[in-house]
Design a protein around this ligand. Structure first.
Ligand SMILES: [Zn+2]
Length: 71
């Protein structure tokens, strides 16, 4: 069986000079279980998972580190 990593989109809070950004979170649990939960993103920050948004998303405010690591 081929194992693929599924990513969910997560929204971080504005933090000091850093604006709100979309991050990617590796899904290890069913999306229904982590909807709205704060999870560690791929780039190492905390963001709230939004399961009705699909990663990668075509937004302008996407975290460049997460985008790079999931490419
Ligand atoms: Zn990120």
């Amino acid at each position: 069986m081929l194992q693929t990593t599924v990513h969910a989109a997560a929204r971080s809070r504005a933090h000091g000079p850093t604006a709100e950004l979309w991050h990617a979170v590796e899904l290890h649990r069913p999306p229904a279980e982590i909807d709205g939960a704060c999870e560690l993103t791929i780039c190492g920050s905390l963001a709230r998972v939004v399961t009705d948004v699909v990663w990668p998303l075509a937004a302008r405010d996407v975290c460049p580190v997460c985008a790079d690591l999931t490419r």
